[in-house]
Design a protein around this ligand. Sequence first.
Ligand code: G6P
Length: 591
Amino acid sequence: MCGIVGYVGSQDSVPILLEGLRRLEYRGYDSAGVAILNGQGLVVQKAAGKIAVLEGLLNGSKPRGTLGIAHTRWATHGEPTTVNAHPHVDCKGNIAVAHNGIIENYVTLRKKLEEEGHRFTTDTDTETIAHLIEKYFEGNLERAVAAALRHVTGTYGIAVIARDDPGKIVGARHGSPLVVGICDSEYVLASDVSAIIRHTNQVVYLDDEEMVVLTPQGIHTTTIREETVSKRVETVDWDLEKIEKAGYAHFMLKEIFEQPQSLRNTLRGRLLAEEGTSRLGGLNMSPAELRAITRVVITACGTSWHAGMIGEYLIEELARIPVEVEYASEFRYRNPILEPGTVVIAVSQSGETADTLAAMREAKRRGARVLGVCNVVGSTIARESGGGVYIHAGPEIGVASTKAFTSQVAALALELTRELESIPDKIERILAGADKVKAIARAYARHNNFLYLGRGYNFPVALEGALKLKEISYIHAEGYPAAEMKHGPIALIDENMPVVFICTQDSAYEKVLNNMEEVRARRGKIIAIASEGDEHVATKADHVLYIPRVLGPLTPLLSVVPLQLLAYYIAVERKCDVDQPRNLAKSVTVE
Ligand code: G6P
């Protein structure tokens, strides 16, 4: 959801900013821009479309300068046009601002600023910040930024530069992430570490209401009330290789194929097979505190919500504790009941999703103990939760989440120690059959509707399979509990409706076979995900994709993989932009 990058040092900033934008492109990709300070003053160049369009523009005009900021946008206020692209400037063309977030009181601020004579040229909320800083600017940029931000409500991660106070970038955050990379006499400011890692693994994470001033001499951190804060320099354990495609056509495919390894990483050091238990050092809870839990609320968005749903089934079945799974965007506004004994688990790959973060803060405000299940180390949710589990799936760049899902489920399933160990090898076996999925994808790529049906542990998988298809191939797909089909969706079934059944041999197997018959009777086309060795299912389905047998509660870790591949190959067949599907962003840091 918008990516920001800034550079100050001795090198030409333009290629560094463009490279940083490319790394952040997964956060938004509808328009982009740069602002550079050099001998000519402030140079701003922007373009609607992907970063390649901006790159073409810069190749022509070749602005140079050792200090600059840049932005890739996911539109919230104002269409994705060149004019609305960031950075935004003030009336005098002195100040340039790149912003990630939403300024909630921008209408009031804009009206007041217009009355005071400021001229606005865009439809964005961000332009208000540029004019507000202009209003308070008396020669020192950080003072003006601090004064301006004290009038702003909403969320922001910003990077600001000014022609009349050159040699520095001012960054500030409230609700949207911002990280500073520390190298020798050069500093990079970015929305996340993927834009920094090429330069350094030494980083400083800003917290809410903090500001940073970057100059070639160093960085200085304060609050927006201008009190100095000293920050810890942290070491990031990612390397560049992990954020490259490594020969795969898309990040999504690479991440699907990485699942055996990402799961091994999730489980490493946590399985105590001899004792049949697991170790989760980061929970920060004593055995007595764990035993005192009377209720669990899992809150998340998107794919993480589906992982949370499987967590609900697992925890209820194995620990016999009541669990509710709440969409974070709903939970935070519905006056949630959180008695003593309730533990809230926030599940988020990025650890930055605005709704999940807000839900977690709301739970904390009400006194609940909050745990995080996150992938990105150092992310806001990870830092603000009282404890939790890092899934260690490694960077996930494809907008459609795949390996994070299986690692989240594995983290929530750590109760099933022994069986979990076998999962990575079993996924490898499924991946070896990817060509069969590709052939089915080719046959069905032109259909415009799909239904995904499953029961029990496979119901959230049906939802996730449908979500993957919608996200990357723009085909309408619905996930339903298989038994619920007869209460509505069955009306949709005819010979043009492919139905994906997740029909593994668990307790609901026979029932799902009956549902399959109901679809066959209406001439629907059936693609079944079934347990290895189940020949009976082949007599009912048009196509069968087999997965190895596994303990029922762990089925989702296997059954989701052919569905990820199916969505991927259908999207490729339809020539869709798999890693950057339209209208989406990987990390949604606005409400
Ligand atoms: C966005 C992404 C989804 C993701 C969701 C939650 O909508 O496009 O793929 O599942 O955010 O993200 P999180 O980082 O909190 O897991």
